[in-house]
Design a binder for this molecule. Structure first.
Ligand code: PMP
Length: 403
């Protein structure tokens, strides 16, 4: 008996995949050549499995701001937000995000993961409160529920009626109720009916948290997310997001219009017991935020690219998970198909993500393409050619070829 016994099953599979050069979990970006290109296995590859939705990783303003912060404030804060780790940059970014979202306050955490973990475990009391979560929520929302220790109830994915039923049947003993959903879900690229969720949650006296990790900067008229697209920015209670996608940095945040939400700083271990983000990551996130809010053309380009790719994939007859979105997933019936198809695309010079159960919501395995506004016409042409070849080589990836 050993702590390592549990690894045996996966270790055998991973060793076998690595031997066949089909292990998507050990890819190394040997040299990064730009926002959408890197050398992988010695070959220049188009990156379509990053969450660099707005192509900000090499934005000159963000790089200049990060360099200046390094020179001015040093490499790290060496402390948590509640000790020595709150610099002027952290509080400025909190104000900037709150202003961008037109919300009253904002709390910056060290990652997007910590923001959800910290918000849920900070607000929810294990003895008094209850959390209700969409079944397809990200691992950090599940982990936040576990850390809170409170009763957790799942409702059917993107189904406000299912939430309504669960809330109606709750034991009246609960004091606070927190409902958690996401804006755009990252596996399939489908979006939540946030407006209906707001109505249902508030009808039952619950608070609503929307994780817009993938939709911040991407959805809505001014990039505020799916909540803006649904016209309910002023109605959601807690808005969580990350700096690691549209802002191409590291860190996360929770914004709110409730003045009391600020007290999370004193109640949330993932806020108070971890070092704060480094000055340079904060500076680049702030510069990227300024850049994307001043240049809506960046978001428009992302959507143009997404529509072009989605349209081409429909023409190829590929089995797609959702409507045009910045995440375009092709469904495959088995995980073996997914490993082979993933390697096939890499051989075509295209890197995408691969996901298999239990990492996917259903029983599906999938290839996930994340579109970037920085994808050039040449990148898009290469992606279209590679997926055209995929549709030929893998009938199981097509609507007419699926088992
Ligand atoms: N929420 C969602 C929906 C995510 O997909 C992720 C990460 N992919 C996170 C939160 C965590 O963000 P981060 O990687 O910045 O910690």
């Amino acid at each position: 008996m050993s702590l390592f016994d549990k690894f045996e099953k996966n270790a055998a599979l991973l060793d076998q995949l690595s031997a066949a050069g089909k292990n998507p979990f050990t890819v190394v970006m040997e040299e990064v050549l730009g926002p959408t290109r890197a050398k992988i296995k010695g070959r220049e590859t188009v990156l379509a499995g990053t969450h660099n939705y707005l192509g900000q990783t090499f934005e000159p303003r963000a790089i200049a701001a990060a360099k200046e912060a390094l020179d001015h404030d040093g490499t790290g804060t060496t402390g948590s937000r509640v000790a020595n780790g709150t610099f002027a940059g952290h509080t400025k970014l909190e104000r900037d995000i709150a202003d961008f979202l037109s919300m009253k306050n904002c709390v910056v955490f060290s990652t997007g993961y910590a923001a959800n973990l910290g918000a849920i475990a900070g607000f929810v009391d294990r003895n008094e409160d209850v959390v209700l979560i969409d079944a397809d929520c990200h691992a950090c929302i599940y982990d936040g529920c576990q850390l809170s220790g409170a009763e957790t109830v799942r409702f059917r994915h993107n189904d406000p009626e299912s939430l309504d039923k669960r809330l109606s049947r709750l034991d009246p003993k609960y004091n606070g109720k927190l409902v958690c959903i996401e804006g755009m879900y990252s596996m399939y690229g489908d979006i939540a009916p946030v407006k209906e969720f707001v109505e249902v949650a508030h009808k039952h006296g619950a608070h609503l948290l929307v994780d817009e990790a993938h939709s911040f900067g991407v959805y809505g008229e001014t990039g505020k997310g799916v909540s803006e697209a649904e016209g309910v920015m002023d109605k959601i209670d807690f808005y969580t997001g990350t700096f690691s996608k549209a802002l191409a940095s590291i860190g996360g945040f929770m914004a709110s219009n409730h003045p009391e939400a600020e007290y999370i700083r004193f109640a949330s271990n993932p806020y108070r017991f971890t070092a704060s983000p480094s000055p340079s990551t904060i500076a680049s996130a702030g510069a990227a935020l300024a850049n994307i809010s001043e240049n809506p053309a960046i978001r428009e380009k992302l959507w143009e690219n997404a529509r072009r790719l989605h349209g081409a994939f429909v023409q190829f007859g590929l089995r797609l998970a959702a409507k045009p979105a910045p995440v375009i997933s092709v469904l495959l019936p088995t995980r073996e198909d997914a490993f082979d198809a993933w390697r096939f695309l890499l051989d075509q010079g295209v890197y995408v993500n691969m996901a298999i159960p239990p990492g996917t919501p259903g029983k599906e395995s999938l290839l996930r393409l994340a579109v970037s506004s920085a994808h050039t016409n040449e990148d898009i042409d290469r992606l279209v050619a590679a997926y055209g070849a995929l549709a030929e080589a893998f009938p199981s990836a097509r609507v007419d070829g699926a088992a």
